[in-house]
Design a protein around this ligand. Sequence first.
Ligand code: SF4
Length: 209
Amino acid sequence: MLDLLKKMHPQAECELNFQTPYQLLVAVILSAQCTDKRVNMITKDLFAKWGTPETILSLSQEELEQEIKSCGFYHNKAKNILAATEMLLREYGGVVPADRALLERLPGVGRKTANVVYAVAFGGNAIAVDTHVFRLSHRLGLSDAKEPYGVEKDLSARFLEKDWSDLHHLLIHHGRYLCKAQSPKCYECLLTGACLYYKNHNGESKRSK
Ligand code: SF4
């Protein structure tokens, strides 16, 4: 399955733009319920002016909200970014910890965000379960868990630890570009032979574009 996913998505990697672990952390917080493309548009300007914990913290909540308002849920996101930044400076000297448990202590940082930062910024092995990973895990019959942590545990048990981060990016790309929520492009997919959804739907989308 991994080989076939790699064949379909040879460029699969994090699509958020960032220069430092801190910038990635901010970008991942902004990406909740928002596209990476939109986040990149916001952070291009934001990081050019305020790209460090110290400079972000010079902004008031209202000023930060103005900078990020096009990504939705901007009130809570601004509040969380400022609270996480304040804690980073107070407890970690402004350095984002390369430790999932410590990352999860930051305000607004749940397991998914911690896993993305741990894997992408620090090369750690982690599977962040977002909406794409959750949907594909069920379609492919890799998990029937009802919540993301259960899916993460099922995927972790099925795949080698060294492949967890690759799997995460590959499933996200597959979900974004081929196995879309409303109309999966099964006619372009190499996983039909291993896919529970395809089997149960008798390949109904095989010829329909
Ligand atoms: S066969 Fe269709 S449903 Fe299954 S993974 Fe591929 S695109 Fe998704």
